[in-house]
Design a protein around this ligand. Sequence first.
Ligand SMILES: Nc1nc2c(ncn2[C@@H]2O[C@H](COP(=O)(O)OP(=O)(O)OP(=O)(O)O)[C@@H](O)[C@H]2O)c(=O)[nH]1
Length: 384
Amino acid sequence: MSPSAVSTNGIGIADLPNQRHKIVAKRGTNFTLMVVGESGLGKTTFINTLFTTTIKEKKNQAKRHAKQTDKTVEIEITKAELEEKMFNVKLTVIDTPGFGDYVNNRDSWLPIVEFIDDQHESYMRQEQQPHREEKLDMRVHSCLYFIRPTGHTLKPLDIEVMKRLGSRVNLIPVIAKADTLTPKDLETFKRRVREVIAAQNIQVYQCPIESDDETSTKRNMNIMAAMPFAIIGSDEDVIAPDGRKVKGRQYSWGIAEVENEDHCDFKKLRSLLIRTHMLDLISTTEETHYENYRQSQMETRKFGEAKPKKLDNPKFKEEEEALRKRFTEQVKQEENRFRQWEQHLIAERDRLNKDLEAEHSHIKSLEQELETIQAGLSSKGGRK
Ligand SMILES: Nc1nc2c(ncn2[C@@H]2O[C@H](COP(=O)(O)OP(=O)(O)OP(=O)(O)O)[C@@H](O)[C@H]2O)c(=O)[nH]1
């Protein structure tokens, strides 16, 4: 049978992508999105803008300050179910609020990377069980890395974290709060970020470009050309100069519109994430990232063997060392204080002893005086 005969017989291979779409549409799908970035870069706002609903509550500013003294990176999981035109998405948003907030940010990314690995690990362990239905799956399908809009270039910490994330998940770099840069500065910043990503071999998500129809191919090319996506987040409606009510940010000089392609790449990123490439993000996670994890683990472990616990976490080691130093210093200080106090007591005792001696000799001299007086009196009485 010739290949053309197969397709004319209508086996329907050409329909496969649509069939997959139909199956997913019927059953719904799980989609896990992770946001990583420093505090206050607009991650929560962006998530709420993306799904046009309040998925995550914003933190209050006072709490944000209080949190900066706490040196852990908390992982926050929020679940939501979205339905649009009969398509059901079970969405999981994973936020890493405190990332990069501290003076010493070394290893602050470890809990994030471990979280991603743990989800692969948990899925792999479930696959190895006799009953594999209803698996709990929180593998991260896409990780948005929020870059601070400094206008300069990526920081060493950004590079380090992005390298580790890129080898584990579909990493999508975004430039946060794009409205704070002028269009010219934004373009230069984007170019610099792209150059660093290429020079440092940071793996970022690449969506498939080629498509059956030219419009889709063009759209895919456009999406990829916008990486790193400049975004503006806002859950407030503002009135555009032409009277339209739009999501945006109001300034004295005008408004920055979220969905205006001349202002930022929000629409492109939204299209990539939830319209055109959600299924690709899910399947590349399964076929590339999960598979890489599974293979690397299978090379070093026997089937079913538990993952060895990492006890030598450098972050904990450093903290333990600092704690030990602080403890020794405190003990030293207390010892010094005690010694000073002891010396003070000895000096006080000596002073009191001297006083006592002086009093003693004073009494002695008074006694002597008394004796002399008494002796004088008795001799006078005898003579009478
Ligand atoms: N100029 C500007 N401000 C923004 C943008 N997005 C969010 N903000 C503001 O930035 C502040 C922080 O936003 P959040 O969304 O709470 O930031 P976050 O990254 O989630 O902060 P954490 O949850 O503490 O990590 C808020 O006052 C937002 O209104 C944006 O695109 N541009």
